[in-house]
Write a protein that binds this ligand. Structure first.
Ligand SMILES: [Zn+2]
Ligand SMILES: [Zn+2]
Length: 106
């Protein structure tokens, strides 16, 4: 949890590509390490920044697995080993919108 150095609002973790940083509703952005960062065009192109809430804030986001329930196009994903080593990892996805969780069919 982190508070904005400008407005004292609660900041949220945003993911842009491989980078993670804090964002505030006032537009302030700070690196996870606490240093200020400048990311140009973030405000102009908000679709490239996925704001993540709470528990799932360490999970990467994919935009090619649409939610089967609400058809939202972005989902968190993670890999999980179902049995001890004798099976390939299974990909799980969670809709960023309705939080529906499903298992990728391979
Ligand atoms: Zn702020
Ligand atoms: Zn959904």
């Amino acid at each position: 949890m982190k508070f904005c150095s400008k407005c004292n609002g609660l900041m949220r973790i945003a993911v842009q590509g491989k980078d993670r940083f804090w964002v505030c509703s006032c537009g302030n952005q700070e690196a996870l390490s606490g240093e200020s960062v400048t990311l140009k065009e973030t405000v102009a192109k908000p679709k490239e920044v996925e704001v993540v809430d709470g528990d799932v804030n360490n999970l990467p986001i994919t935009d090619d697995e649409p939610c089967p329930k609400c058809e939202n196009k972005t989902a968190y994903y993670w890999l999980q080993q179902m049995r001890a080593g004798d099976e390939a990892e299974t990909k799980f996805l969670q809709c960023t919108k309705c939080k529906h969780t499903w298992r990728e069919n391979t």
